[in-house]
Design a protein around this ligand. Structure first.
Ligand SMILES: *Cc1c(COP(=O)(O)O)cnc(C)c1O
Length: 454
């Protein structure tokens, strides 16, 4: 029996905890992010066996490596099968350059991969312990719907999503307000920051402790581990020879996606390079070149809006993985092994003009329909090829993180047609919406929580 994996904080000032505790806490008491104290390894026989397995089976094999002392095999299998009931298309561009479409989940965003598994893991422990949680989250759009959909139908978790009435699109709102069951939504006549402030105040209010409030934070370790799986999956399905090395291009904002990839590599996935493609928020490409880390405040607005992050929370995890320490504010307390990091990672910043040109070019030349986030990834891949030379035999995989139909205005403008909605988003127009409205005062929100959840 191997040693159980414990999770320590990137700030190194909190006691290591079990997976369950890291999952249910989200953030460590010293404000750091949880990281596994060692990374489990996959053998090349195990990697080989993935080529004929289904996505959920690979998810089980990979996640089980982390949780073998925590969740019985059959229980984990059932959770994986339930979480991953959708396709992961691998589309060929040209030569051996592929686009992995992570856009077929219930909210047509790659966030479904992490959120669905995290929700099920939480629900599993809560059911076992006969406890309940109320997930509170504020959203300005897509995060809220991914969370709402991920928790929908789970028995021991309720989710309450606050959104600013005027800042979400009709479609974004309907993705949250048509679910019902254990998912409730509340609209405010304010801004995202007002929603966020109410949620924060509720978390800090000890009079509400008995409601068991929790957050579904994007930096939860329960979201990171599932994000290793699609790297294994795509490699296994596309490789031609045993142990050949792959190059991934990852459009990045908060760096959770790329952390999943780097962890997969540390588990034994044969990766030649990660291309990290950012939009104008280029703090990471600069860091990799200059070794000085300067956060960007406020973050720059680009059309790949889910990547408008000027200081990615997962940066402290990446630095930790290369032996360094970075505070949550972005100060380097101990230098990482930058040589090793540069060996594994190459980074580039792609501006909006380039992003739009790439959407046109990819469609015209290769008949691939990309949306702004995936376009940043595909453009980054081509910048890498420009500087390193092309290799027809090299396997390249670029990640597409959202469905083009979520960006109809851009696609119509650039490609001249309205992309067809994926199954998950079709029919939303006719579903019945249900949501409450409250004022901006904390006292109103508190009253609402007590009336509905006490
Ligand atoms: C969140 C998001 C990203 C960025 O992923 P990170 O893990 O934050 O780097 C990219 N594309 C889309 C569509 C997203 O929603």
């Amino acid at each position: 029996m191997s040693k159980p994996i414990l999770y320590h904080s990137t700030n190194l000032k909190a006691a290591p905890v079990s997976f369950k505790e890291a999952l249910l806490k989200g953030i460590a008491p010293d404000k750091g992010l949880y990281m596994p104290d060692h990374i489990p390894q996959l053998t090349s026989e195990e990697l080989e066996s993935f080529s004929h397995k289904k996505y959920w089976e690979i998810a089980y094999d990979v996640i089980h490596k982390f949780l073998k002392n925590d969740i019985p095999a059959d229980d984990l299998k059932a959770l994986c099968k339930d979480a991953y009931n959708f396709e992961v298309p691998l589309e060929n561009g040209y030569d051996r350059k592929f686009v992995m479409r992570l856009d077929q989940g219930p909210t047509a965003s790659f966030k479904d991969f992490a959120a669905r598994m995290m929700g099920r893991l939480m629900n599993y422990y809560l059911t076992r312990d006969k406890r309940n949680l109320l997930i509170l989250t504020a959203t300005s759009g897509d995060t809220g719907s991914a969370i709402a959909n991920a928790y929908f139908g789970l028995k021991n978790v309720k989710a309450l999503v606050l959104f600013p009435q005027k800042e979400v699109t009709n479609r974004q709102r309907k993705q949250m307000t048509t679910l019902g069951d254990n998912v409730q939504t509340v609209s405010l006549e304010g801004k995202f920051d007002d929603c966020q402030a109410l949620v924060k105040q509720a978390f800090a209010d000890h009079e509400l402790d008995y409601l068991n409030l929790s957050s579904a934070n994007s930096i939860n370790i329960g979201r990171l581990i599932p994000q290793t799986v699609y790297y294994f999956y795509s490699y296994a399905k596309l490789k031609k020879t045993k142990d050949e090395k792959v190059i991934f291009s990852v459009p990045s904002g908060n760096f959770g996606d790329m952390m999943g990839g780097v962890i997969a590599m540390k588990m034994g996935l044969p990766v030649k390079k990660f291309i990290i493609s950012t939009n104008d928020n280029d703090e990471y490409p600069k860091f990799l070149n200059s070794e000085d880390y300067d956060i960007i405040v406020p973050s720059r607005n680009c059309i790949s809006s889910a990547m408008n992050v000027g200081h990615p929370s997962n940066m402290s995890r990446l630095v930790a993985l290369y032996g360094g320490v970075m505070s949550e504010k972005g100060t380097i307390l101990k230098k990482a092994d930058m040589k090793a990091m540069k060996h594994d990672i190459w980074a580039v910043s792609i501006n909006d003009e380039h992003t739009k040109e790439t959407i046109k070019e990819a469609y015209k030349t290769h008949k691939i329909v990309l949306e702004p986030h995936g376009s940043v990834g595909w453009a980054g891949l081509h910048e890498y090829i420009k500087s390193h030379g092309d290799d027809k035999d090299q396997l390249y995989i670029s990640l597409e993180t959202a469905h083009p139909a979520k960006f109809p205005e851009q696609i119509i403008k650039l490609l001249g047609f309205d992309p067809e909605l994926p199954k998950s988003l079709a029919g939303l127009e006719d579903k019945k919406e249900q949501y409450d409205k409250i004022g901006l005062e904390y006292s109103d929100f508190k009253k609402y929580l007590i009336e509905n959840y006490a």
